[in-house]
Design a protein around this ligand. Structure first.
Ligand SMILES: Nc1ncnc2c1ncn2[C@@H]1O[C@H](COP(=O)(O)OP(=O)(O)O)[C@@H](O)[C@H]1O
Ligand SMILES: O=C(O)C1=C[C@@H](OP(=O)(O)O)[C@@H](O)[C@H](O)C1
Ligand SMILES: [Mg+2]
Length: 173
């Protein structure tokens, strides 16, 4: 029996921290697969995330997300980006133990600029700045709990961030 795959690196962080963008760039740099649990959920559900929130609600989305995280952790052998709220579930935090987890940190000003009006992010469509602040305050300790490294993203280009993570992976093996 072959051992299950495991990601070379899992990216966590607030919406707008750059998990999807940095994940794609890092996977390209390393020449490995890129997976994003949000894309997996959309494929399985057959509709975009905002429609899942409208049709079935957030708790249904979180159930799909728990299943997507569990599946991706044993089937992705490349770079895996999680949705910003995946760390809310104790089940997901427990599943991340033993993995290399990079927290892409971002402070409110850059996160707000990057997320804009929250298009495609149903939790942020009303009052994105205040909602993001609340989410970030609530989740900061959870990102810290699951992370094995933290990489600051504020004021830095995706290329600089990808290079730092690639170097981190080379150094730590
Ligand atoms: N380091 C960065 N500097 C400037 N813009 C960025 C950076 N990282 C991501 N972005 C932009 O911010 C937006 C959100 O990035 P995204 O990768 O979707 O974040 P996440 O997946 O963490 O929510 C995108 O428009 C992306 O191009
Ligand atoms: O913060 C959240 O709860 C969410 C973040 C989104 O992913 P990104 O962090 O990639 O925007 C997506 O999973 C969904 O809209 C819920
Ligand atoms: Mg994303």
């Amino acid at each position: 029996m072959t051992a299950p795959a495991r990601p070379v690196c899992v990216l966590v962080g607030a919406p707008g921290s750059g998990k999807t963008t940095i994940g794609q760039g890092l996977a390209e740099t390393l020449g490995v697969e890129f997976r994003d649990t949000d894309a997996d959920i959309e494929r399985l559900a057959g509709k975009p995330i905002p429609e899942i929130f409208v049709d079935e609600g957030e708790s249904h989305f979180r159930a799909l997300e728990r299943a997507a995280v569990a599946a991706a952790l044993t089937s992705c052998s490349g770079v895996l980006a999680l949705g910003g709220g995946a760390v809310l579930a104790e089940e997901n935090r427990a599943a991340l133990v033993g993995h290399r987890v990079v927290h892409l940190s971002v402070e409110l000003p850059d996160a707000v600029k990057r997320v804009g009006l929250g298009v495609g992010r149903p939790l942020l469509t009303i009052n994105p700045r205040a909602t993001l602040k609340h989410l970030m305050d609530q989740r900061r300790p959870l990102y810290a709990e699951v992370a094995t490294s933290t990489v600051v993203t504020d004021g830095r280009t995706p290329e600089e961030i990808v290079a730092e993570i690639a170097q981190l992976l080379r150094t730590d093996g």
